[in-house]
Design a protein around this ligand. Structure first.
Ligand SMILES: [Zn+2]
Ligand SMILES: [Zn+2]
Ligand SMILES: [Zn+2]
Ligand SMILES: [Zn+2]
Length: 445
């Protein structure tokens, strides 16, 4: 008998609005604090003179949340209030108005309240780093909220702080830039996997969890809490630090997954097979496909280039520098396979900076190779792959390369139709370009 499938590929598993959310400070004067849209002009709240909205309608809808916060923001200025403090403040104000009783629906028969989230109280208590952050946050929260409202005691607040920091989602825009943070009660039931079968998709502040493949039932849905394009030790470190668990997913327990992520490129012309090195014993395996055998001394050059790349990637956390990317790629020479994540990360940075600099001839050189690793690590149906293909298609189309553009855009459209159909402006633009490119391609043939 065939298994019953509850969620078909592309279907929405859960749709929810945030219990609380916060716009990052750096976007405060550009985006609406309520809906995260970016209007041509934002309007400032006349009470606190701190928060900005699209218009009266957004301000009206936000008032329930902003009413208590407004006088606090006014009295605390010119002191800076961190995003975490404002988020916690919003939760406390919400509790004052019975927010603890608010249900968020998972299905017809299941729902969740704030208290159902795990507090990780003990994990936090045992982590000195995170306790330092908590104590500073608590101190600032007292200053922010003032004496009008009684704050919970330190241990109760730690429970709230734990629930928020472990369960929050970064709210991203269509370019995958983090605009803010939100707590989504229903969506926080999903566990993590480094090979997820579902993905969070934001439209403004509304969150949907969308199936990337057919999934049997809700208990078998997995999303990823981190960027999966990292080595196992790094992924597990991030998960342990932020979410307090040791990931035992398929990928974390597969000894070969790291080998691909740090593979060498075969030296035989036109052989595209990745070559695996065993860094512990300083040996290199022969090529699986053509038998080519590197001498183990090339590992010295590999390590040098890898270190150089790592340092540069660290320096480029906020801004990408094309010159630095190019130097890394030169250092890597012909030694790094396209699936090597140190190469992929540099290609990604180089591609994005070419776009920023409008270098349309150069951008595809990096972007086209990047497709290989996005497909491997994020998976065939992931929107990040769809976005990359859409960008490549658009660049090729504008450069008059219709045949190539049509191929990229067709695939982009297939992927994005699973996750981004509701992003109407964006989606119809890709659809239209794809149509034009395929028409021009037909003429050219
Ligand atoms: Zn205000
Ligand atoms: Zn708005
Ligand atoms: Zn894992
Ligand atoms: Zn080979």
């Amino acid at each position: 008998m065939r298994k019953k499938i509850e969620f078909l590929k592309g279907s929405c598993i859960i749709k929810c609005l945030p219990f609380v959310h916060i716009l990052k400070e750096e976007f405060r004067e550009l985006y609406c604090d309520f809906c995260f849209n970016r209007p041509t002009k934002v309007f400032r709240c006349s009470g606190c003179k701190y928060i900005y909205y699209c218009d009266r309608s957004c301000q009206g809808q936000a008032w329930k949340t902003h009413k208590d916060e407004c006088p606090c923001l006014k009295q605390v200025q010119p002191c800076e209030v961190s995003d975490t403090v404002r988020l916690l403040g919003r939760i406390l104000f919400k509790f004052k108005r019975n927010g603890e009783m608010e249900d968020s629906c998972i299905s017809n028969t299941r729902s969740r309240r704030f208290k159902d989230l795990m507090s990780h109280y003990k994990d936090l208590k045992n982590n000195p780093d995170r306790m330092i952050h908590f104590v500073a946050t608590y101190k600032m929260l007292k200053k922010f909220i003032g004496t009008d409202m009684s704050l919970p005691n330190e241990s109760d607040l730690l429970g709230i702080y734990g629930r928020v920091s472990v369960n929050s989602f970064n709210i991203v825009d269509i370019e995958y830039r983090t605009l803010g943070v939100g707590l989504y009660l229903a969506a926080s039931i999903f566990d993590h996997s480094c090979t997820p079968n579902a993905v969070p998709v934001f439209n403004g502040i509304s969150l949907k969890i969308i199936a990337l493949e057919d999934i049997e039932c809700i208990d078998k849905v997995f999303i990823s809490y981190i960027d999966v394009m990292n080595l196992t030790a790094e992924r597990r470190k991030q998960l342990k630090y932020k979410y307090f668990f040791d990931c035992m997913c398929e990928k974390c327990t597969d000894p070969n997954s790291d080998k691909v992520m740090s593979s060498l490129k075969c030296s035989t012309p036109n052989c595209d097979a990745p070559i695996f090195a065993d860094f512990a014993t300083n040996t290199i395996q022969p090529c699986d496909k053509c038998g080519y055998q590197y001498e183990s001394k090339v590992l010295q050059s590999y390590h040098e280039a890898a270190e150089y790349t790592t340092v540069n990637l660290d320096n480029m956390k906020d801004v990408n520098y094309l010159d630095a990317c190019r130097l890394c790629l030169i250092k890597q020479g012909g030694l790094f396979h396209s699936l090597n994540i140190l190469r992929s990360k540099i290609l990604d940075a180089a591609f994005e900076s070419c776009i920023d600099l409008s270098l349309w001839d150069d951008a595809p050189i990096y972007g086209e190779e990047l497709v290989i690793s996005f497909r491997e690590y994020y998976g065939q149906n992931h929107p990040l792959l769809g976005m990359l293909l859409a960008k490549l298609g658009k660049i090729k189309f504008n450069e008059g390369k219709d045949v190539e553009a049509a191929v990229f855009l067709k695939e982009a459209l297939e992927i994005l139709s699973l996750t981004h159909k509701e992003h109407k402006d964006f989606f119809s633009q890709v659809k239209e370009l794809s149509y034009h490119a395929s028409m021009l391609k037909r003429h050219a043939q």
